[in-house]
Write a new protein. Sequence first.
Lengths: 111, 110
Amino acid sequence: DVKVTQSSRYLVKRTGEKVFLECVQDMDHENMFWYRQDPGLGLRLIYFSYDVKMKEKGDIPEGYSVSREKKERFSLILESASTNQTSMYLCASSSPRAKAFFGQGTRLTVV
Amino acid sequence: GENVEQHPSTLSVQEGDSAVIKCTYSDSASNYFPWYKQELGKRPQLIIDIRSNVGEKKDQRIAVTLNKTAKHFSLHITETQPEDSAVYFCADVTASKLTFGTGTRLQVTL
């Protein structure tokens, strides 16, 4: 069965902390994505990657960075967490122009 | 794609009625248009998709239409049932970038 797994379901961090969100997929997909989901704003794309070590900014990259050292793993990094980064974070993966599969989400609270 | 607009943001229909959700996109290079359903507390899941070389696709009670000239695509759900209640997202893909609309909360009432 297809799997996209995010490292944490719930996370609480303090303002200013460096935060790592990990995502692993087992489908050998080329594309991986990080979104944040906020009420009324839908799924907003933070960063995506179409190959190992390749990354592209999405629509809201400010305050975030990413790393893709291996094909199956895509990490989202909050360099210095702020309260406005409190959100649900969703990772997804896909083959080019094909169905995307989502992880279960990480609800991050920054206090 | 660059920008995907989705309407309406909320939709309430009676059981058995039809529901239509509309999206527009801005990038003419977009070539793949999936629709996702997200039930409360769950991850989004694909329910139907359409490629740019097709005008319409149907799967049981759901159908999607694409008008490339107008850059519109729509989701149609017929004979709605309570289990269709969820948030629906349209999306488009341009050069590996998967962009979503803001979502439509569909409520099917008895």
